[in-house]
Design a binder for this molecule. Structure first.
Ligand SMILES: *[C@@H]1O[C@H](CO)[C@@H](O)[C@H](O)[C@H]1NC(C)=O
Ligand SMILES: *[C@@H]1O[C@H](CO)[C@@H](O)[C@H](O)[C@H]1NC(C)=O
Ligand SMILES: *[C@@H]1O[C@H](CO)[C@@H](O)[C@H](O)[C@H]1NC(C)=O
Ligand SMILES: *[C@@H]1O[C@H](CO)[C@@H](O)[C@H](O)[C@H]1NC(C)=O
Ligand SMILES: *[C@@H]1O[C@H](CO)[C@@H](O)[C@H](O)[C@H]1NC(C)=O
Ligand SMILES: *[C@@H]1O[C@H](CO)[C@@H](O)[C@H](O)[C@H]1NC(C)=O
Length: 486
């Protein structure tokens, strides 16, 4: 094996040395431009005479020094010193040019190869030609940019102006339209360093069922006031047919109830709310790929109350605490229900799944009378007495007007001051808690109380559809990369 290698290496070396000896010119690669002229050398040791030179373009014979009748292509000629001259270069002249020297026996012919690369600026054409592609969700999207240029251009892609990190500079892109967010303007930027980069764009449209949302699904009003239910069409391709419903029947519009559409915002406007207008409404958007609903409740019940935290006004003592809250209601508040219980921390679960939440912390209800003001902002103050010193309590409030009970407020945590007869680790722990208004998830209530609240529980965010996260989108893009064509 070793011997064979050595023989090959020797053969190779001798060939190189021989060629070097005869050719005075060296192989060159000429990078040039359109319309230029190139002179390719074929100079050999002049002490030898009577040799013959042939030029080849790639593998095709161009000319022969001993055959003056052989027609050279246009703009091409061989000089007396055997140099090959090509004028008015075009992209078709990009090739390998081999000069072959044929000598008298026993010498074998020797060859030297030069290259010409006629550089020219890139061109680009979008695929499809019109630059538009519309598919249904789930179908494949297949588009690209057809490019020319020497040297071969590099293709980079942008989507809606942001570059896409593809692993290769591919000119064709194919993926499954898994999500409507994959729609957008895809642009290829084609550059080969000659002239300016060129671009082409393809607008990808993905058809999908509508998506609707609302900022407020629980709309609080009163008789005689103006009220607006507003739904937003987040997306719909093709455009959706829309309608407002009440109890499954289309809403009848008249001079008091009107529908206004502005861009993608659809409003059902009650110019003067009447008693019979209170109720449940649905906005529906539908196209050939599906439909979406968003529900509303037009109600006269008070809004959710909120506790105010102000150490100066809360006036905590060891056995009492002053609670302050505010509520929006367009009619007077008849009564409040204030719910209170000592707070022992969240129920913790042991390893065997048992809940250790002792002692049981029961809610006690306090009925606080309302006011006679018409609002819309009502505030109430109530001092709870007979509390245990140095204890954290939880409080919730609900309000009732002529239309019924509001939903319950978020939970307020407050603490009583330390008092005589009981020692405590630290008072500062509690001063912090006093200032803390915590919104807790609505859970862990005593079943009995839960039933009380149940009546006022509203599906607050019903109809607001989940939006795919950016992370998911990136994921989709990357899992589709293997499907991309080259
Ligand atoms: C040319 O060839 C002669 C004889 O073959 C040799 O002696 C001489 O060195 C060569 N000259 C060059 C420049 O290679
Ligand atoms: C080359 O010459 C042709 C004809 O004269 C002309 O149309 C073309 O623009 C020229 N190209 C460049 C790059 O100058
Ligand atoms: C070969 O001939 C061409 C045309 O006459 C000339 O331009 C070129 O300089 C010559 N090359 C050498 C090495 O003499
Ligand atoms: C010559 O060969 C090169 C490389 O294979 C190719 O790119 C070029 O187009 C060919 N030129 C012609 C005129 O056939
Ligand atoms: C409105 O919808 C809720 C459930 O979202 C339901 O409990 C209530 O009875 C409905 N009200 C009317 C008037 O249909
Ligand atoms: C819930 O509260 C009621 C009284 O308000 C009480 O009778 C009942 O035992 C409590 N249930 C639990 C599980 O704490």
């Amino acid at each position: 094996m070793r011997l064979i290698y050595k023989v090959f290496i020797l053969m190779f070396l001798s060939k190189v040395i021989l060629s070097e000896k005869v050719f005075k010119s060296v192989p060159v690669t000429v990078k040039t431009y359109e319309n230029d002229t190139v002179l390719l050398p074929c100079y050999i040791n002049t002490s030898e005479t009577n040799h013959r030179v042939r030029w080849y373009k790639n593998k095709t014979l161009l000319g022969d020094s001993h055959d003056p009748n052989h027609l050279m292509p246009p703009h091409t000629r061989m000089h007396a010193n055997f140099s090959l001259q090509i004028d008015h270069l075009t992209s078709r002249d990009t090739a390998d040019y081999t000069c072959e020297v044929i000598r008298e026996e026993p010498w074998k012919p020797i060859r030297q190869t030069h290259s010409i690369e006629v550089q020219y600026a890139p061109t680009v054409r979008s695929l499809p030609d019109d630059g538009f592609l519309e598919v249904k969700k789930g179908e494949y999207v297949d588009f690209g940019c057809e490019v020319t240029g020497t040297p071969p251009p590099i293709v980079n892609w942008r989507k809606n102006g942001e570059s896409i990190a593809l692993l290769e500079h591919r000119s064709r892109i194919r993926f499954r339209a898994e999500h409507r967010l994959l729609a957008g303007v895809y642009e290829c930027i084609v550059d080969n360093g000659i002239g300016d980069p060129v671009k082409a764009a393809i607008t990808v449209i993905i058809q999908d069922a509508p998506e609707v949302s609302t900022d407020r699904s629980f709309v609080h009003s009163a008789i005689g006031l103006r009220a607006v239910l507003a739904a937003k069409i987040e997306f719909s391709v093709p455009p959706a047919r829309t309608a407002w419903y009440r109890d499954g029947r289309p809403v009848k519009t008249d001079d008091k109830v009107i529908i206004i559409v502005q861009d993608n915002i659809h409003q059902l406007i009650f110019r003067y709310v009447r008693e019979k207008d209170f109720g449940n409404y649905t906005f529906r958007a539908e196209n050939k790929l599906g439909m979406a609903d968003v529900s509303f409740k037009l109600t006269g019940v008070p809004n959710v109350a909120s506790f105010k935290v102000d150490p100066a006004l809360n006036k905590a003592t060891s056995t009492s605490f002053t609670l302050i809250w505010e509520v929006d209601s367009y009619s007077n508040i008849i009564e409040y229900h204030l719910w209170l219980r000592p707070y022992y921390g969240r129920p913790s679960t042991t390893e065997d799944g048992l809940t250790t939440n002792l002692p049981a912390n029961l809610w006690s209800k306090i009925v606080v009378p309302g006011d006679s003001s018409v609002g819309p902002i009502h505030s109430a103050t109530y001092t709870v007495r007979g509390l245990t010193p140095s204890t954290v309590y939880e409080a919730i409030v609900a309000s009732r007007n002529g239309f019924g009970w509001s939903k319950q407020s978020p939970v307020l945590h407050f603490a009583t001051e330390p008092g005589a007869g009981r020692t405590l680790p630290s008072t500062s722990d509690y001063t912090d808690i006093t200032q803390l208004l915590v919104e807790e998830p609505e859970e862990a209530y005593n079943i009995t109380q839960a039933r009380v609240f149940e009546r006022y529980n509203e599906p607050s965010s019903a109809g607001v559809k989940k939006t795919i996260s950016l992370l998911n989108l990136v994921f989709i893009l990357f899992i589709t990369i293997p499907y991309l064509l080259s």
